[in-house]
Write a protein that binds this ligand. Structure first.
Ligand code: ADP
Ligand code: MG
Ligand code: MG
Length: 919
C-alpha cells in the first residue's frame, strides 16, 4: 500500500495539526464548516521528514499531488499551466506550532509565458499580470534557486530610475514587462538554468524549498529559542491553495484581523486592511493599512461578510482568532486562522466576556489562561514603548518596576522616603537591620546575593521590585557613589529597576500601573469555587496581611515572627535579649517585647478574621540580629579613635589657661559617653564571636533555640494566646495556629506543648477563658519526613517548608548553588529546573508524599500545606493537589497565580502523570 501524503482541504482532519500543520489543519477545518476558503490541499509533515531524510521526495508524492491538482482544476474550472483561464496557486509552509515568518511561502505559482498571456486575456489587465509575474520570478529565484535579492533589485531600481518613478505603484505595464524579462535573464545567469516553464516542475521545486526551510537557520534558531521540541512540532506541512487576488481593482482588498482586541480584550472588530493589494503588502508595510472599522463605510457589503466570518470563527473555535482574508472582486475568502496571542489583561477580559456570551464554559474560561501570565497584571511594568538600554543586569529577584533616586543606606532611604521622595535602596547586600529602608523604598537593588538573599526574600514579601546580584554595580558607601561600568552613579541620581527581568536603567522610565480588574476578581472567584486547594499567603506584618487579603488570600500560612523583631524600635531590645548573660536579664528584655508582639498579633488576627493565621515561632540563628564581626571591628576602631580625641581634647583644655568652651554638640560629649558606647559594641563583638557557627543554617536555630532558651518561645506563645483572648473579648473571630520550625523529633514538640499547656492554664486561671489554638509543625528536615507518623501524633497540622527541605534533600546550600554551579547544571541538562523555584517532584516530592501518607495514617484529618516558595508555582501546585494537600501558602502577590493554578490543577487532574501514591 502506498503512503498517503496529501489531503484535500475538504478531506483532511482539522484536529491533526501534527500531521497537517496548524495552518493546514485549520484550512481543512474552515473548509469543512462551510467558510469560504479557496480550494486546495495539504502535503503532510511526514512527507517533509521523509524528504529531509532521503534528500528526495517520497516516490508516490508527485503522483498524488498531480491528482489533487486535477481535482483543483475541476473545482475551479481553471487549468494548471495553460490559458485562457489559468490556475495559479500559493505554496505555503506551516508546522504544528506557529513559527511566524520563519519559513517560506510562494505566491502566484503556475505563471509562465503561456499562462501569463492567458491571465492578460482573462483580466484585461496587463499591468496586474506582469506585476504578479515579476514578483513570482524573484521569489522563486530567491527561495527555490538561491539567488540573492540584490541581483533582482539592481534591475528593478535601474528601470525605476530611468523612468523617473519613486513608488512601485507608478510603474506601468511596459516597465513591469521589461522587469520580468530582465528577471528571467537574472535566473539564467545566476542559476545556470532557465526559469522553469513547466508548472509541475515549479511546484516540485517550491515544495522541496519549503521542506528545506524547516532546517533553515532562521527556523532552527527559532525552535531553539522557544524550546520547540520534535515532540511539539516535527517538520513542516505544505499547503497548496488556489490564488485569490486582492489586487485586481478597488473592489478587492486584503487584510488581517483579530476577532477581539488582543491588547485590551475588547469585543470589537480589530485589524487592518488595504484595498487593491496582495496579502504580503499588509505585512511588508509598503503602504499604511487602514483600521478595519473604516471598511464599514468603504466596502459595507464586504464588511458585513467579514463580521459574519469573524462570528463564525469564534463560535466554532471558541477562542479568539487571528485570521487572514482577501476580497477578490467583492467576494471574501478566508486564508488562515489560528488562536490569537494576547496579553494577560486581554486573556482575562475575554475569558469572562466569552463566558457571559455563552461562547465558552467556566472551565474553558479558567483553562485558557496560563496562571503565570497573571503575574503581568499584579505589578507595575515598564512602558513597553521605552527604548532605553539597561546599564546593568542582575537576577530578577522580585517582580515589578520602579524608578527613584538611588540611596546607599537604609537610614537615608527612610528619611527621604518619609519626606515623600521616591527612592531606590542600593546596597552591596542587605541585612535585617536595613528593614526600615525597605519600607521607605520603591525598589531594592543589590550587587551581591541570589534570589533567596535577604533583599530578595524581603522584597518579595513586601511586593516590591528587587534586582539582586547585579555584579556590574560597585557600591562605595563611604564615597556615596556607585560605579556602573564606566559610569558613576551619585547618591540621588534617578535609576529604574525592572525586577521581572533583572534590568537596571539610568534615569526614569515610565511605568504602567498594576491592574486588578473586576474581571480578574470574577475569574478568580470562579477559580476558588472549582479548586480543592486553599490558597494562603506568607505575610509577616498587618500591612502585608492586608495586601494579601486584597489578592484573595484565605488566611496566612506562614507568619515569620522574627520579621517583627527587625523594626527599628524593636531591634535594640532584641539585641539586649541576645546580649543578656542571665536568664533574668533576658526576661527583662522579653517582657518589653511581649506587648509589642501581642499588639502585632491582634492586628494580624483581626485583619485575617475569621481565617487562620499560622504563626511560626522564632527560627533564624541569633547572630542574624547582630551586626557582622567586620562591621563591629570597624565601629570599635572608630570609637577608640574618638575616645582618644575626646581624652586629648580634655587634657588640652585643662592645659590651656583661658579656653573658650567648645560649641554644641561637642560640649556635652564626655569621655564616659564614648566609653559606654564602646563597651556595648565590645560586648556585641564578644557575643557575635560566641555565636559564630560554621554552618549557621544547620546550626543553633529553630526549635533548638526554643529548647535552649525556653523563655523566648514562652514569650511568643504568651503573646499569641493573649492576642487570641483579646480578640475574643472584642468579638473578633480568630483562628491562630502555632507552628514549630526545624523539628526532627516529637520530643521537641513535647517541649513546646508543655509550655503551651502551662500558659493556657495560667490564662484560664487569670481570665477564666479557654483558648484552643491549633498546634502544628513545619516539615523541613529529612528526618521529620521519615518520622511523620510519630510527629502527626502530636501535631494537628503539617506545613512543608520546601526551601529548607530542598536544601536538605539535595545537600545544596541555596545561595552557593544558585551563585555557583546550579546555572551550569541547568544549562547542561543535569538538572532540568532550579529546585528552589520548581518543586523537585521526583526527589523532594517523594519525601513529601511519604510524610503525607504516614501522617494521615495516624491522623486522617491532619491538615497539610506547603509554605515554601515553590508553593506559588503552578507545577508544584498541581503536585500538591494530586497529593491531597489542604492548602498552599505563597507570597502575597503570587496568590492570584496560585488560585488560578489550583483551579487548573483540579480541572486537569485526570491528566496528571508520573507519580503514584504509595500503597
Ligand atoms: P505566513 O505563515 O508567513 O503568514 P502565508 O502562507 O500565510 O505565510 O502567506 C503569506 C501571505 O500570502 C499572507 O498574507 C497570505 O494571506 C497570502 N496568501 C497565501 N496564500 C494565498 C492565496 N492562495 N491567495 C491569496 N493570498 C495568499
Ligand atoms: Mg499567514
Ligand atoms: Mg525554614
Amino acid at each position: 500500500m502506498t503512503m498517503r501524503h496529501v489531503y484535500a482541504f475538504s478531506d483532511g482532519d482539522g484536529q491533526n495539526k501534527k500531521l497537517l500543520g496548524g495552518k493546514g489543519a485549520n484550512l481543512c477545518e474552515m473548509t469543512q464548516i462551510g467558510l469560504n476558503v479557496p480550494p486546495g490541499f495539504v502535503i503532510t509533515t511526514e512527507a517533509c521528514l521523509d524528504y529531509l531524510e532521503a534528500d528526495e521526495l517520497p516516490a508516490s508524492l508527485l503522483g498524488q499531488v498531480r491528482d489533487e491538482i486535477t481535482n483543483l482544476e475541476a473545482a475551479t474550472g481553471r487549468t494548471f499551466g495553460a490559458g485562457p483561464n489559468p490556475l495559479l496557486v500559493s505554496v505555503r509552509s506551516g508546522s504544528a506550532l506557529s513559527m511566524p515568518g520563519m519559513m517560506d511561502t510562494f505566491l502566484n505559482l503556475g505563471l509562465n509565458e503561456e499562462t501569463l498571456a492567458g491571465l492578460i486575456e482573462q483580466t484585461g489587465d496587463e499591468r496586474f499580470a506582469y506585476d504578479a509575474y515579476r514578483r513570482f520570478i524573484q521569489l522563486f529565484g530567491k527561495v527555490a534557486l538561491g539567488i540573492d535579492d540584490e541581483k533582482f533589485d539592481a534591475h528593478f531600481d535601474e528601470i525605476k530610475t530611468r523612468a523617473g518613478i519613486k513608488a512601485d505603484v507608478g510603474l506601468e505595464a511596459a516597465h513591469l514587462r521589461e522587469i520580468s524579462e530582465r528577471f528571467l535573464g537574472v535566473v539564467r545567469q545566476e542559476a545556470g538554468r532557465d526559469f522553469p516553464q513547466d508548472v509541475m516542475q515549479q511546484l516540485q521545486l517550491a515544495v522541496e524549498a519549503v521542506f528545506r526551510s524547516w532546517m533553515g537557520k532562521r527556523a532552527v534558531d527559532y525552535r531553539r529559542e522557544f524550546d520547540i521540541t520534535p515532540d511539539m512540532a516535527n517538520g513542516t506541512a505544505v499547503n497548496i491553495c488556489t490564488m485569490v487576488f486582492g489586487n485586481m481593482g478597488d473592489d478587492c482588498a486584503t487584510g488581517v484581523g483579530f476577532t477581539r482586541n488582543p491588547g485590551t480584550g475588547e469585543n470589537e472588530m480589530f485589524g487592518e486592511y488595504l484595498t487593491n493589494a496582495q496579502g504580503e503588502d499588509v505585512v511588508a508595510g509598503i503602504r499604511t493599512p487602514k483600521p478595519l472599522a473604516e471598511m464599514e463605510t468603504e466596502m459595507p457589503e464586504q464588511y458585513a461578510q467579514l463580521v459574519e466570518l469573524r462570528n463564525k470563527l469564534e463560535s466554532h473555535y471558541q477562542e479568539v482568532q487571528d485570521y487572514e482574508f482577501t476580497i477578490e472582486k467583492g467576494t471574501l475568502y478566508c486564508l488562515q486562522t489560528r488562536n490569537g496571542k494576547m496579553n494577560a489583561a486581554a486573556l482575562v477580559r475575554t475569558s469572562v466576556e466569552m463566558f457571559r456570551e455563552g461562547l465558552i464554559s467556566r472551565e474553558q474560561a479558567l483553562l485558557r489562561i496560563d496562571p503565570e501570565m497573571l503575574e503581568q497584571l499584579l505589578h507595575p511594568t515598564l512602558d513597553p514603548d521605552s527604548t532605553t538600554q539597561p546599564v546593568a543586569t542582575g537576577l530578577p529577584a522580585s517582580p515589578g518596576a520602579a524608578s527613584g533616586k538611588c540611596v546607599f543606606d537604609a537610614d537615608l532611604a527612610e528619611k527621604l522616603g518619609n519626606a515623600g521622595e521616591r527612592v531606590i535602596l542600593v546596597r552591596e547586600e542587605t541585612r535585617p537591620e536595613d528593614i526600615h529602608g525597605f519600607f521607605a523604598a520603591e525598589g531594592i537593588l543589590t550587587s551581591r546575593g541570589g534570589k533567596t538573599s535577604h533583599a530578595a526574600v524581603v522584597a518579595r514579601g513586601m511586593g516590591k521590585p528587587c534586582v539582586a546580584g547585579a555584579e556590574g554595580i560597585d557600591v562605595d558607601v563611604a564615597l556615596r557613589l556607585a560605579h556602573v561600568g564606566e559610569q558613576i552613579l551619585h547618591e540621588g541620581d534617578v535609576i529604574t529597576l525592572d525586577g521581572g527581568t533583572g534590568e537596571v536603567y539610568l534615569g526614569e522610565i515610565a511605568t504602567l500601573p498594576a491592574d486588578f480588574s473586576s474581571e480578574l476578581k470574577e475569574l478568580l472567584d470562579w477559580a476558588d469555587e472549582v479548586a480543592d486547594l486553599k490558597v494562603l499567603a506568607n505575610a509577616d506584618t498587618p500591612d502585608a496581611a492586608n495586601r494579601a487579603r486584597e489578592y484573595g488570600a484565605m488566611g496566612i500560612g506562614l507568619c515569620r515572627t522574627e520579621r517583627m523583631f527587625n523594626a527599628s524600635d524593636r531591634l535594640p531590645i532584641v539585641i539586649d535579649m541576645i546580649l543578656a548573660n542571665t536568664e533574668e536579664d533576658r526576661k527583662t528584655a522579653l517582657n518589653k517585647l511581649l506587648p509589642m508582639q501581642r499588639s502585632d498579633f491582634i492586628d494580624l488576627f483581626t485583619t485575617m478574621s475569621p481565617d487562620p493565621v499560622t504563626v511560626r515561632l522564632l527560627d533564624p540563628p541569633m547572630h542574624e540580629f547582630l551586626p557582622t564581626e567586620q562591621q563591629l571591628l570597624e565601629e570599635i576602631r572608630t570609637l577608640r579613635l574618638y575616645r582618644d580625641v575626646v581624652r586629648g581634647r580634655n587634657s588640652a583644655l585643662s592645659a590651656m589657661v583661658d579656653s573658650t568652651p567648645l560649641p554644641a554638640p561637642f560640649s556635652g560629649l564626655t569621655e564616659e559617653n564614648v566609653i559606654d558606647a564602646l563597651t556595648r559594641k565590645e560586648r556585641m563583638l564578644k557575643k557575635v564571636r560566641e555565636l559564630q557557627e560554621t554552618n549557621p543554617m544547620l546550626g543553633h536555630r529553630g526549635v533548638r533555640l526554643g529548647i535552649t532558651y525556653p523563655e523566648i518561645y514562652a514569650m511568643q506563645i504568651e503573646a499569641i494566646l493573649e492576642a487570641a483572648v483579646e480578640c475574643e473579648k472584642r468579638g473578633v473571630e480568630v483562628q491562630p495556629e502555632i507552628m514549630v520550625p526545624q523539628v526532627i523529633t516529637s520530643q521537641e514538640l513535647a517541649h513546646v506543648t508543655r509550655t503551651i499547656g502551662e500558659l493556657t492554664s495560667n490564662l484560664k486561671a487569670e481570665f477564666g477563658v479557654n483558648v484552643h489554638i491549633k498546634f502544628g509543625t513545619m516539615i523541613e528536615t529529612v528526618r521529620a519526613c521519615t518520622r511523620a507518623k510519630k510527629l502527626a501524633a502530636s501535631a494537628e497540622f503539617f506545613s512543608f517548608g520546601t526551601n529548607d527541605l530542598t536544601q536538605a534533600t539535595f545537600s545544596f546550600s541555596r545561595e552557593d548553588a544558585e551563585n555557583k554551579f546550579l546555572p551550569m547544571y541547568n544549562d547542561s541538562g543535569i538538572l532540568q529546573d532550579n529546585p528552589f523555584e520548581v518543586l523537585d517532584i521526583q526527589g523532594v516530592g517523594q519525601l513529601i508524599n511519604m510524610a503525607v501518607w504516614n501522617g494521615r495514617s495516624v491522623r486522617p484529618d491532619l491538615k497539610i500545606g506547603i509554605c515554601g516558595e515553590q508553593g506559588g508555582h503552578p507545577a508544584s501546585i498541581r503536585f500538591c493537589h494530586h497529593l491531597g494537600l489542604n492548602y498552599v501558602s505563597c507570597s502575597g502577590p503570587r496568590v492570584p497565580v496560585a488560585r488560578l493554578a489550583a483551579a487548573n490543577a483540579k480541572l486537569t487532574e485526570k491528566e496528571f502523570v508520573g507519580f503514584d501514591k504509595p500503597k
